[in-house]
Design a protein around this ligand. Sequence first.
Ligand SMILES: CC(C)(COP(=O)(O)OP(=O)(O)OC[C@H]1O[C@@H](n2cnc3c(N)ncnc32)[C@H](O)[C@@H]1OP(=O)(O)O)[C@@H](O)C(=O)NCCC(=O)NCCS
Length: 162
Amino acid sequence: MAPSVKPARREREITLRFVAEPMDLNMYGNVHGGSVMKWIDQAGYACAAGWSGRPCVTVYVGGIRFVRPIPVGRLVEVHARLVHVGRTSMHVAIDVSSRDLQTRRCEATTHCVIVFVALDEAGRPVAVPAWKPKTARDRALSRHAARLMEFGRKSVPPPPAR
Ligand SMILES: CC(C)(COP(=O)(O)OP(=O)(O)OC[C@H]1O[C@@H](n2cnc3c(N)ncnc32)[C@H](O)[C@@H]1OP(=O)(O)O)[C@@H](O)C(=O)NCCC(=O)NCCS
């Protein structure tokens, strides 16, 4: 009989780490903004899909701020942390930082909040496991995410009627 494999604990945080490569460069020698957004989506997806145990889709990205550029050769860390869970949606705060591998100096480069919706087998939104903020910092992050979502909903016009 095959040994039983215990499922790992549900994690609310995940960090992707890798070295910024020349293929990610823009014309100024730094990492392209589009590459950073792709990494944000990947880390957010891993966090949301890991939490829900479901395939997820991105429904909203809010408050993206590019604070500093990322030069090639830096160690990039993309940290994703669940900050709010609705019925079917998960709001994930993303912090991107870059580390100089020679000096080991680390600096914050980008942050945003990204919202994923979990889908069932038919591609419809499906309920996800609950999560409530416990610490003061988590409550503050959750409020920040809620404010961004309000702004997003107000600023997006409804799709045109057909
Ligand atoms: C995600 C999708 C299935 C949701 O369908 P929908 O009919 O809007 O579903 P609902 O109205 O029930 O909303 C589902 C959840 O999304 C949330 N949501 C919808 N619009 C939102 C927005 N602008 N900001 C934050 N959350 C939003 C709702 O609040 C709801 O969350 P809750 O259940 O936790 O309260 C649909 O919008 C879709 O397919 N979008 C395209 C996704 C995509 O292609 N992404 C890019 C590639 S991954």
